[in-house]
Design a protein around this ligand. Structure first.
Ligand SMILES: [Zn+2]
Length: 451
């Protein structure tokens, strides 16, 4: 079975996030007035639980864990330094760009630093996995707590995944999220079934099942409230339902198969029927508009349906946001910087003109909620950030910058401004797409005569 060398660090981040929501829970031992465990007792207790999980999980998941799984007990401070700080320092520029994008979309407060939030958050994890090592964070993981064994079952599932499947690094945000949803959803479903099995065993000495809604209510970390955290939580919020749908349809065999044909969009995870019908994302060219050379491209990505849902859902009712994000076909988000200034171009392709119009309305509502000033139709100013929305057929185009002149036709210089160039490019591209579509339809009808 394929088993790569060192798994990329990002995978570690993903595998530990799930348990972050379990952190900050009251220590049951302390609440009961029991004396805290000594280091030796603590290790013994975790080892006991781990042994039980390693012995019982194959029966649940149908795949065996490796012979050697080691346990490392670490402190929250160690996690912050070695997971959080190290990751952040190795990715400073990338994180800065991400921070700017979140702020540009009002998903992160102006005064927040993404790097610091990530470092802090890494100290909230309860457990994590790298290769065949399980890390347990002493302050956040209570081996006497009701969730302890479940958490270990989740983590052991990650080790099983690494042992039996090829875990590949994906490129686009949307695809990474979909892949992570499969991984985390599998771990959650397995952990849940593992606990069901324990409950059904006679004379069980094991922990009780998690109360319903436990995960949702256990997000005690302050950073968990920041809107962008909903993006990070996607694999946990949607993964289990997705994998359960696979399981109900074809058991673990179908779940295993998904590792060689994983979902490629958050849309497929959110609407599993689109996974089964293999609805691919529309490739949005979004080819870099001919911007003046001072604008440097810093990121180009596909954000996907869920990202759009989070952006809208932060400001308008979640149900309306979900409805507006549905019908997503594909998108391309390109982010540029010029000194301290930024500009992004976000082209979204929708399944139909109605879907595009629905998004247009939802976006306008969001702008209103943000207390914007509408400078002219579909051009808004919000806290020194400017947004221009254009809809052409089934495509929407958002241009945004903190430099208004970047969005407006140049009045004095005689040089076409960014807005004009992008606008013209967009209209030409839309016309071209329409023409190509028409041509291909014509071809189809020639190949399949009406009967
Ligand atoms: Zn996980």
């Amino acid at each position: 079975m394929p088993k790569g060398g060192c798994k990329p660090f990002s995978l570690l981040i993903l595998t530990v996030l799930s348990t972050a929501f379990l952190a900050n829970m009251p220590n049951f031992g302390e609440l009961n007035g029991a004396p805290p465990l000594t280091d030796v007792e603590y290790r013994q207790k975790v080892e006991e639980l781990l042994k039980a999980v390693l012995g019982g999980i194959e029966e649940v998941r149908g795949l065996s864990p490796p012979e050697e799984v080691s346990l490392r007990i670490i402190s929250a401070e160690w996690a912050r330094e070695n997971w959080g700080r190290r990751y952040v320092e190795a990715n400073l520029e990338k994180i800065k760009v991400e921070e700017n994008i979140y702020k540009a979309l009002f998903l992160l407060p102006e005064d927040a630093g993404l790097a610091e939030v990530l470092v802090e958050w890494s100290g909230d994890y309860a457990a994590g996995v790298i290769e065949n090592d399980i890390f347990v964070v002493r302050e956040n993981f209570d081996p006497k707590g009701a969730w302890a064994e479940r958490t270990l079952a989740h983590e052991v599932t990650h080790i099983i995944q690494g042992e039996h499947f090829e875990i590949l690094e994906k490129e686009k945000h949307d695809e990474k999220q979909a892949w992570a949803a499969l991984i985390e959803g599998d771990a959650e479903l397995t952990a849940g079934k593992y606990m069901e099995r324990i409950e059904s065993l006679p004379a069980s000495e094991t922990a009780v099942l998690l109360p319903a809604g436990f995960l949702a209510s256990a997000s005690a970390s302050n950073s968990g409230d920041l809107p962008f955290m909903r993006i990070l939580r996607f694999p946990y919020d949607y993964g289990e339902d997705f994998v359960e749908t696979l399981f109900e349809r074809g058991g673990w065999e179908l779940v295993n198969k998904a590792y060689s044909s994983p979902p490629v969009t958050t849309e497929q995870v959110m609407h599993p029927e689109k996974y089964f019908s293999k609805e691919p994302p529309v490739e949005v060219d979004g080819s870099s508009p001919p911007l003046p050379p001072e604008w440097k491209q810093k990121r180009s990505d596909r954000f996907g349906e869920h990202f759009i849902l989070v952006v809208l859902g932060t400001w308008i009712p979640l149900e309306d946001a979900a409805e507006a994000a549905e019908g997503w076909g594909g998108d391309r988000f390109t982010y540029y910087e010029k000194g301290e200034r930024y500009l992004f171009v976000w082209e979204i392709s929708w399944d139909s003109e109605e879907d595009a119009a629905e998004f247009h309305d939802a976006w306008s509502r969001m702008m209103k909620t943000l207390d914007s000033e509408e400078i002219r139709e579909d051009l808004w100013a919000v806290q020194q950030r400017y947004f221009q929305l254009t809809t052409e057929g089934s495509t929407t185009l958002i241009l945004s910058s903190d430099d208004l002149s970047a969005l407006e036709p140049s009045k004095s210089s005689g040089i076409l401004s960014v807005w004009l160039v992008v606008g013209v490019t967009f209209i030409l591209a839309t016309a071209l797409a329409w023409w190509v579509k028409r041509k291909s339809k014509a071809r189809v009808s020639q190949a399949f005569p009406l009967t």
